[in-house]
Design a protein around this ligand. Structure first.
Ligand code: PRX
Length: 695
């Protein structure tokens, strides 16, 4: 059935049919995707687990869910009241929205008129409640034996010092700050410091290249860039400051002159002496920040003031600056965290995501700290020095909630259970999965081997745009089905629509949309309201369109089936095919490129690029490497194509449109499913491509 989801482009027109990421993962592992098993495929939480859970039965969920839909203002206000607001929101404006483009501009506002500060709620509030001595963060370095920790009081001091420094160099409310840091505690500290003074942080994943960083700097024009000199991931040394230098020079050429590059000295990776330095612009964090006061007044901001910008990929070459605001995001990230992981104050929580992605924003930094949780921040690679590292870390800190991506599970599964069973893992209580569909075999392995068949798995479906979980298990409330994200979170109304936008009932498969807004929804794309409306609200008027395919089984369980637009999901990272194509065609020897996703056993999807060379240029392995290098340097290593397929020509319609459907079939070696090629301008190119497939 998964093959029957049609594809919608960002302008809402139907394009083609393609297999999905979930189909990919399932097919590779030789199993049906997300099968709902009538003979006991349900995995129940233990009675003990359910008895202590925040939501311990389907009935309790249903009552709460019904209230959240019938009376969203009342439901969310009650929760919002548990946070600190300098000034309460207008009671009649808890939520103001228009999600229908035919009725005027899209608008989503929550808690209008309220004034608060997310840093105050995530840090000060916990100290004031008597948790100052509780560990806010443990830090585990790349090398075994490197570690650190901060209590909530210490975290507050550090955040205030940095906030005071930022103020001293002129950063104020509404100013952008770009953060390009690895997983040091300084990364969440920097996010919180910005939030404290009302500045808008834009974290750029430290795996992005200099070009990609420059593009983001040019777009959001930060006053300061915060980085560190270098990081070691596994055995590899990555000189981050050198990368930032190139981006800043590029920014300056494009009229964006960033005055200050605040650089943390990450001594375990590189010394000060070895770091290239531009006096005047470059400032060592350790030289200035500790000199500032550990007290810093909070900037009270409006609920709808921007909190952060996070760039993500779409179906054009230009990344989208997803903008989240303060009040709704605060309430939503905290509430989803609490319920989806059945959070208890004694939990030790570890999310393996990097703060460079939305998961690290909502579920490393804000969601957990807003709940006063103890969070583990891990700097290194999850399989370094060997594939047992995660479980070594779990035992060392007594991790109770472990949240990761299917790609890691599949990689570790391939490495063998002996790396798992040599560790106790007894502390684990709840597991979580995010970023891509989890195929049932990986789900089972996660459940049976990692969790010793004791720990429920919260397979959380959501997106950069949604700010927090949308469809997710509440682990004590109902039985799970391997491969299913199960049911909607409070206040979320998912609908599955057909190609014409008609809502489908009961068992069905189609496009996943959301009806009505929720507090954590993004408010716009920075500087591009048109693209915001066109991409998300025009395809199906009246709904937010997720870009994902979804099916619902007879029991109402949701199964996400992957992207239905021109976005590929590689190891849980969103990559636009157009971004990779534009990097490839910037190579002087590349005339044209078309990129499609293919099944990948570990990464979920891999990147497959068809490349037409400039006339007369011969094929060579060297050129292949050089093309891959171009993508690495323009986007980052994680976007490097897995395969370059030489293409003397690309299959195009007579109007010049590339038929990606055919390219997907050729890439997937499904040659008997090429379909009708007679509408091509030159049907002969298909045979040529097939012939060159193994070259
Ligand atoms: O395709 C869906 C997939 O990841 C996309 C969102 O990517 P991003 O904005 O980078 O955020 C990733 C972390 C939330 C979605 O459109 N996705 C995310 N979680 C799941 C998923 N697909 C299936 N199951 C999930 N649990």
């Amino acid at each position: 059935w998964v093959d029957h989801v049609a594809v919608v482009s960002s302008n809402g027109k139907l394009r083609a049919r393609r297999p999905t990421a979930a189909a990919a993962a399932g097919a590779v592992l030789g199993e049906p995707v997300a099968a709902s098993d009538d003979q006991g495929g349900l995995v129940h939480p233990s009675e003990e687990f359910a008895a202590q859970a925040l939501v311990s039965s389907t009935q309790q969920y249903q009552e709460m869910y019904r209230r959240s839909i019938d009376d969203p203002a009342g439901f969310w206000s009650e929760i919002a009241e548990t946070f600190y607001w300098k000034q309460k929101w207008n009671p009649d404006e808890v939520c103001a929205e228009n999600l229908d483009v035919t009725k005027g501009p899209i608008k989503i506002e929550w808690f209008k008129g309220g004034k608060t500060n997310i840093c105050y709620n995530a840090v000060d509030r916990n100290v004031e409640a008597g948790d100052g001595e509780k560990i806010a963060m443990y830090w585990e370095g790349n090398e075994i034996g490197q570690d650190g920790k901060l209590t909530y009081s210490q975290l507050l001091d550090k955040v205030c010092q940095l906030a005071n420094y930022l103020k001293s160099v002129g950063v104020g409310k509404g100013d952008a700050v770009v953060i390009y840091l690895p997983m040091l505690m300084e990364l969440p500290i920097a996010m919180l410091a910005c939030a404290r003074i009302g500045a808008v942080h834009s974290v750029v994943f430290a795996g992005f290249s200099a070009d990609a960083l420059a593009q983001r700097i040019i777009d959001c024009k930060p006053k300061v860039v915060i980085t560190c000199n270098a990081v070691k991931r596994g055995k590899k040394l990555i000189p981050l400051k050198d990368i930032v230098d190139v981006s800043l020079a590029d920014g300056a050429k494009n009229g964006v002159d960033v005055g200050i590059c605040l650089t943390y000295e990450n001594q375990s990776a590189m010394t000060k002496e070895d770091t290239k330095w531009t006096s005047g612009k470059d400032v060592w964090w350790q030289d200035v920040v500790p000199n500032f006061s550990t007290k810093c007044d909070v900037e009270w901001v409006d609920a709808e003031d921007p909190l952060f910008l996070l760039y993500t990929s779409g179906s054009t070459g230009k990344p989208k600056g997803v903008l989240h605001t303060t009040g709704g995001y605060m309430v939503y990230s905290a509430t989803t965290f609490k319920h989806a992981f059945d959070y208890k104050p004694s939990d030790i929580y570890w999310c393996t995501a990097d703060c460079g992605w939305i998961t690290g924003h909502s579920y490393v930094t804000y969601g957990p700290l807003l709940n006063g949780a103890t969070v583990l921040v891990y700097e290194g690679a999850p399989n370094y020095p060997d594939p047992g590292r995660c479980w070594d870390v779990v035992d060392k800190y007594g991790v109770t909630i472990f949240y990761t991506a299917p790609t890691l599970i599949r990689a570790l599964m391939r490495d063998g259970t002996e790396y798992v069973t040599r560790y106790s893992r007894k502390s684990l209580r709840v597991l979580g999965s995010v970023g891509e569909p989890i195929n049932p075999t990986a789900w089972r392995w996660f459940y049976d081997v990692i969790g010793d068949s004791r720990c429920p798995i919260s397979d959380t479906w959501w997106q950069t745009e949604t700010g927090g979980f949308m469809i997710t298990p509440l682990p004590g409330a109902w039985p799970l089905k391997p491969g299913s994200a199960t049911f909607p979170f409070f206040g979320v109304q998912p609908v599955i629509v057909d190609e014409k936008g008609n809502e489908m009932e009961e068992e069905c498969s189609g496009y996943l949309c959301i009806k009505k807004s929720w507090p954590g929804a993004f408010r716009t794309l920075y500087g591009d309201k048109d693209r915001y409306e066109t991409t998300y609200f025009k395809p199906f008027a009246g709904y937010y369109f997720s870009g994902d395919g979804c099916s619902r089984d007879k029991d109402g369980y949701h199964f996400l089936t992957g992207r239905v637009d021109d976005v590929i999901n590689v190891s849980g990272h969103r990559i636009g095919t157009a971004e990779v194509e534009s990097a490839l065609v910037s190579h002087p020897k590349c005339a044209e490129a078309a990129v499609v996703g293919i099944d990948h056993e570990v990464k979920g999807q891999g990147i497959y690029a068809f490349v037409t060379l400039v006339d007369g240029v011969p094929y060579s392995d060297e050129l292949r490497k050089s093309l891959v290098m171009t993508v690495r340097s323009q986007i980052g290593a994680f976007a490097a194509p897995d395969k370059i397929h030489w293409a003397p020509g690309l299959p195009k319609t007579r109007s010049g449109k590339i038929m990606r459907r055919i390219l997907r079939k050729i890439a997937g070696r499904q040659l008997d499913e090429l379909g009708d090629t007679s509408t091509l301008a030159d049907p002969g190119v298909v045979d040529q491509l097939i012939a060159l497939g193994d070259s």
